[in-house]
Design a protein around this ligand. Structure first.
Ligand SMILES: Nc1ncnc2c1ncn2[C@@H]1O[C@H](COP(=O)(O)OP(=O)(O)OP(=O)(O)O)[C@@H](O)[C@H]1O
Length: 336
């Protein structure tokens, strides 16, 4: 449905997206995830047709819509868009907002389609309401219904939940995913919030410094980060020094890790990734200082300082005896 091949993009003399390749199949939901300024929005805008490509090409449904010095205008790309601020028309009611892009339909066809979309997004009976009389989440669903109404071949969403309460974002992302799956839509979303990306996407593309570092499902991206950037941006944890043993394992200050454990050649030498669940507080082990504790509802995350000054994190259960200790013993989890 969408194929991005070796695309580079820039503003003036600066290249901000470098040699990115990715594809979305029919019905697939992808998320571009990455820190501010990594180039996510620029890539999304190029797919929509608002930024020219400097190198590479973009194909939609097997047709090249962008290449160097070649660009199909946005309105001819059969793309729907949902923006950060919903951008509903304040002078149109909900039904007219949803029906806005359906000018080629007869009045009856349009009314039927608007009704179908209201049902899809769970807003039956609200067609006569005004946008300002809706909650943020409801406005977002209207924006989604409006973008999906013309049945675009691809839906692009730029930080669609960023104006909603943090507490709502993940549940709305799950809801929107269900709606997109029901509509069999192909969609690409941009976000810097990994919980949103995990709740929404079939596949996540992690970007850093203008490059796509990894494209994979949430479990792959979390458990086997392809690069140091991905390891540091997705999830929590720490990189610690490691040396290979003759058997190919990784020797760390906390013990041995299997050969396949995520490891990276960094500016500080070889390092392995230790997630909080890889480190457990134990009766015996390496004695460390507790630097900070964060309450997470179902557990604590301790930040710990090893004797050599390196920091690691540990997931500690709420009923642990260690809640007030200044020093604890730690060991690697048994099931790494
Ligand atoms: N119109 C523009 N002119 C010049 N530079 C731009 C323009 N828009 C973005 N940039 C620069 O391009 C880089 C990538 O920006 P982009 O908006 O794509 O990043 P992003 O990953 O979407 O970030 P955010 O999450 O903050 O929106 C940044 O360094 C940004 O400053």
């Amino acid at each position: 449905m969408l194929e991005v091949k070796n695309v580079s993009l820039g503003y003036g003399a600066t290249i901000v997206v470098q040699n990115v390749s990715m594809r979305l199949d029919q019905g697939e939901i992808g998320c571009l995830l990455g820190p501010s300024g990594c180039g996510k929005t620029t890539l999304l805008r190029a797919i929509a047709g608002f930024e020219p490509v400097r190198a590479g090409q973009i194909d939609l449904q097997g047709r090249t819509v962008a290449a160097v010095a070649q660009s199909v205008p946005p309105q001819l790309r059969d793309i729907g868009m949902v923006f950060q601020d919903h951008a509903l028309f304040p002078h149109l009611n909900v039904g007219d907002n949803i029906g806005f892009g359906l000018h080629r339909m007869t009045k009856n066809e349009r009314a039927a389609r608007v009704q179908e979309m209201l049902e899809l997004v769970g807003l039956e009976g609200m067609g006569q309401r005004w946008p300002h009389a809706l909650s943020g989440g409801q406005q977002q669903r209207v924006a989604l219904a409006r973008a999906l109404a013309p049945k675009p071949s691809l839906l692009l969403m730029d930080e669609p939940f960023s104006s909603l309460d943090t507490s709502m974002r993940e549940s709305i992302a799950r809801e929107v995913r269900a709606i997109l799956k029901q509509a069999k839509a192909t969609a690409l979303m941009v976000t810097h919030d990994q919980n949103e990306a995990f709740a929404m996407a079939d596949n996540v593309g992690v970007m850093a410094r203008g490059q796509l570092m990894q494209w994979g499902n949430a479990v792959q991206v979390y458990c086997a980060p392809a690069t140091q950037d991905v390891a540091q941006f997705v999830g929590e944890g720490a990189l610690v020094h490691a040396k290979t043993t003759p058997g190919g394992q990784w020797q760390t200050a906390l013990g041995l890790l299997p050969a396949g454990h995520p490891h990276y050649a960094t500016a500080h030498g070889m390092q392995v990734l230790l997630r909080p669940e890889h480190v457990r507080v134990a009766e015996s082990g390496v004695n460390v200082k507790v630097r900070a504790r964060t309450f997470r509802g179902s557990h604590f995350v301790f930040e710990l300082e090893l004797p050599d000054g390196q920091r690691v994190m540990s997931k500690v259960s709420l009923n642990a005896l260690y809640a007030n200790c200044e020093r604890v013993n730690i060991a690697l989890a048994a099931d790494i």
